[in-house]
Design a protein. Structure first.
Ligand SMILES: Cc1cc2nc3c(=O)[nH]c(=O)nc-3n(C[C@H](O)[C@H](O)[C@H](O)COP(=O)(O)OP(=O)(O)OC[C@H]3O[C@@H](n4cnc5c(N)ncnc54)[C@H](O)[C@@H]3O)c2cc1C
Length: 411
């Protein structure tokens, strides 16, 4: 029997691919989602571990500006599926959202699993098929090729959406192995690099014991760039939201000069003259550490950071005057010597160049193949921007594929 519906292959069962699949199925296409992993949305599930930050509530223009150079290329997709639409979509899946004190938007359940479960049920009801353990390996002429547990197979599809993610956390499925099949057909892919990633610091043996300690309500300053939030000391360096926010600029500095030296303000809301006033109080018989802990509420790790910095400059902390110490508390230089591996990064910078796409998110060099999500060359800080762009480009690619298919249908 001839199928009336057009077969569409969506490759990648992350937020971008699943969103494209939903749009295509709603538009009447016969959709099969392929994924290399044994189940869908593994990175989305991981993203929900520490509280799923779906999107952000800030006004549209500042929101869009978070995508930096890629903002113009993402504008149409995010305008068509803005944060508010994502919130409505989540609510329709039984996952109402709320705005946190930072303006970030979370599902009330905080986790991804109820949202993903409800979404997969809805996709199933819409007739979307799933083929797991199918690793896309490229094209053989007009056919898509996959490596499966039963060997290599070739699939013919009317249109294809690629939503293969970046290269961070490869054990969750997105490992960047899609780069070769695309560059082989002449598509420009900017090198995949860690984004929202940690950095390496050569801690002294003494300080390394603070691995795991949080540095709360701090600010990072790097040239004109500033970011507030939290960082975590790791055995090899630093990670966490505040440093992730500067990761693009820090990465570039390390790539060009082998190091980057941002500074940390431990008490960014307290003016240095106030810090100095408190540090000028008589210390009596207290040790310097006790005095710092009591006068500025510094944690042992924060005091350790001050000691690290004083030591690096060849001085002991106890030789500093209250004015010097106060200045150091809000400008501790940290020498970053390397970038943490991409396998530990939250997201990936680089990817398929936007020049390779037309306005429908279709590859110019490969008619009928659309692309969405983190495999495109955009980057953004944490705060819900990563998922928002993944979902929105998924919608755009799905709609682009539908429009392209409709134009090709005989009248
Ligand atoms: C720890 C962590 C926390 C995060 N928290 C947040 C957050 O709170 N808010 C936020 O906005 N973002 C967060 N992110 C980022 C967010 O999860 C990603 O940006 C988003 O998942 C990207 O969606 P995607 O669909 O483009 O790619 P992915 O979610 O990576 O999905 C890609 C899919 O493609 C499949 N695939 C890859 N290659 C192949 C192949 N060759 N053949 C077949 N299948 C393949 C993979 O198995 C995977 O299922 C977090 C990320 C991490 C790692």
């Amino acid at each position: 029997m001839t199928k009336l519906k057009i077969q569409v292959a969506v490759i990648g069962a992350g937020p971008a691919g699943l969103m494209a699949a939903e749009v295509l199925a709603q538009g009447g296409a016969d959709v099969t989602v392929y994924d290399a992993m044994p189940s869908a949305g593994r990175k989305l599930l991981m993203a929900g571990r520490g509280g799923l930050n779906l999107t952000h509530s800030e006004a549209f223009e500042p929101f869009l500006a978070r995508y930096g150079d890629a903002a113009p290329a993402l504008r149409s997709a995010i305008e068509a599926f803005p944060p508010q639409a994502l919130r409505v979509w989540a609510e329709e899946l039984g996952q109402p959202t709320f705005v946190g004190s930072s303006g970030r938007v979370f599902p009330r359940a905080m986790k991804s699993s109820p949202l993903l479960r409800a979404w997969l049920r809805r996709l199933d009801a819409a007739g979307v098929h799933f083929c797991f353990r199918h690793r896309w390996s490229g094209w053989d002429g007009a056919h898509l090729t996959f490596d499966t547990p039963d060997g290599a197979i070739a699939v013919r599809s009317g249109a294809t959406v690629l939503g293969l993610g970046g290269a961070s956390w490869p054990r969750l499925g997105s490992d960047g192995t899609w780069v070769a099949p695309l560059t082989n057909v002449g598509i420009t892919v900017a090198p995949l690099k860690p984004a929202n990633s940690g950095f390496e610091v050569d801690w002294s043996q003494h300080f390394a014991k603070f691995a795991g300690a949080p540095l709360k309500r701090i600010a990072f300053n790097f040239g004109e760039r500033h970011a507030r939030g939290e960082a975590i000391v790791t055995a090899a360096g630093l990670e966490g939201g505040a440093i992730y926010a500067l990761s693009g600029a820090l990465r570039t500095a390390i790539e060009t000069s082998g190091k980057a030296v941002p500074s940390i303000a431990l008490r960014p809301d307290t003016p240095v003259h106030e810090l100095e006033r408190r540090l000028s109080a008589p210390r009596a018989k207290q040790s310097l550490s006790t005095f710092l802990r009591k006068s500025l509420s510094l944690s042992p790790a924060e005091i350790g950071l001050l000691q690290e910095a004083a030591h690096a400059s060849g001085e002991g902390l106890s030789t500093l005057t209250p004015a010097e110490l106060a200045a150091l508390v809000n400008a501790i230089p940290i020498c970053l010597t390397g970038i943490a591996p991409i396998a530990r990064a939250i997201s990936t910078a680089g990817g398929i160049a936007f020049d390779e796409l037309d306005a429908r998110f279709m590859l110019r060099r490969r008619e009928g193949v659309f692309v969405a999500g983190e495999m495109l060359d955009w980057d953004a800080p944490t705060g819900g921007y990563l998922l928002q762009a993944s979902f929105a480009t998924g919608v755009a690619a799905g709609q682009g594929a539908l429009a392209w298919l409709q134009n090709r249908m005989p009248a």
